[in-house]
Write a protein that binds this ligand. Structure first.
Ligand code: RB5
Length: 145
């Protein structure tokens, strides 16, 4: 599995933690920045991770800003991107099972490292259920056109 990860300054510390956590599990990580706690603009990094997914060089994306809101709003402007803000594992479970989300968004200013690890684990280990949920995603794809 290969994951593209990105954050702004408010998500930098948690992004560094999650990156090391993923690598410790043998998961390949593409780190799209930011690379320091200096202030930056979150849309830049949402775009980089979204494009990695669109170009099919990774299986999933992870984005972290202060609240997760700016990253979610930006990433969902990209075609075929389904970014879900998940503040705890149950949200991550349903983001995959029902919404087939391909980017996990987390909140660096609201989540500690252990909660983030559990949320990541749940997101990566849960499969899409399909069925009636696929019909609803097809409806989203119609809107996208
Ligand atoms: C940065 O101060 C903050 O606005 C950003 O990280 C994010 O929370 C925006 O949605």
């Amino acid at each position: 599995m290969k994951i593209s990860i990105g954050s702004d300054h408010a998500g930098f510390e948690l992004k560094e933690h999650v990156k090391k956590y993923l690598e410790s599990k043998g998961i390949e990580v593409v780190d799209e920045g930011t690379y320091s706690p200096d202030s930056v603009d979150y849309p830049v990094f949402a775009g980089k991770v979204a494009k990695d997914l669109q170009n099919k060089i990774v299986d999933y994306g992870i984005l972290i800003c202060g609240t997760g809101l700016g990253m979610s709003i930006t990433a969902n402007k990209f075609k075929n991107i389904y970014a879900a803000l998940c503040l705890y594992p149950t949200m991550a479970k349903y983001a995959r099972m029902h919404n087939n989300a391909n980017i996990l968004v987390m909140a660096g200013r609201l989540m500690g490292p252990t909660l983030a690890e559990e949320t990541v684990d749940t997101f990566l280990s849960t499969s899409f259920e399909g069925g009636r949920h696929q019909r609803r995603i097809d409806e989203i794809k119609e809107i996208e056109k």
